[in-house]
Design a protein around this ligand. Structure first.
Ligand SMILES: [Cu+2]
Length: 147
């Protein structure tokens, strides 16, 4: 009986610390100057047995934060805001350049390479999930930046 109680307690502790079924991996933001727009990219895993939707973004360094998709119109590529991105049950999606991304419009601060920024992603079921994203240059893969 004692063991059983202990197990329950442990499960509750883990649940309390990390109750979200949404896990975020490798979040990064493209470097940009104050007043400009930029994108954030991240892998989103949904561990739940039901679908969840990314429905919003919050940060303290841009006037507007949106969820964007990229579309093709003939030879033209464009992007536009969408209300949500669905992350299917037990699956992972990747927000990446030239695909789904988070758009920060009119930065209120400069985002310099190496900066770390807290961003909150809002999900329909999981609620707000905070993540710390690293600011990087586009197409610059680690090695050159490492000191
Ligand atoms: Cu965009």
């Amino acid at each position: 009986m004692k063991n059983f109680l202990l197990l329950l307690f442990t499960a509750a502790t883990i649940y309390g610390q990390n109750s979200s079924n949404i896990k975020l991996y490798d979040p990064w933001i493209r470097n940009a100057s104050s007043g400009m727009n930029t994108g954030m990219f991240v892998k989103i895993e949904n561990r739940d047995t039901k679908d969840d939707d990314l429905i919003g973004v919050e940060c303290d360094f841009a006037e507007v934060s949106e969820i964007h998709e990229v579309f093709k119109n003939g030879d033209m590529m464009g992007m536009r805001s969408v209300k949500k991105i669905t992350v299917k049950a037990k699956s992972t999606i990747e927000l990446k350049p030239r695909d789904y991304h988070i758009m920060f419009i009119k930065l209120t601060k400069e985002l310099k390479t190496g900066d770390k920024k807290v961003v909150k992603l809002k999900f329909k079921n999981a609620g707000l999930v905070s993540v710390t994203a690293v600011v990087k240059e586009m197409g610059n893969n680690n090695k050159r930046n490492k000191k």
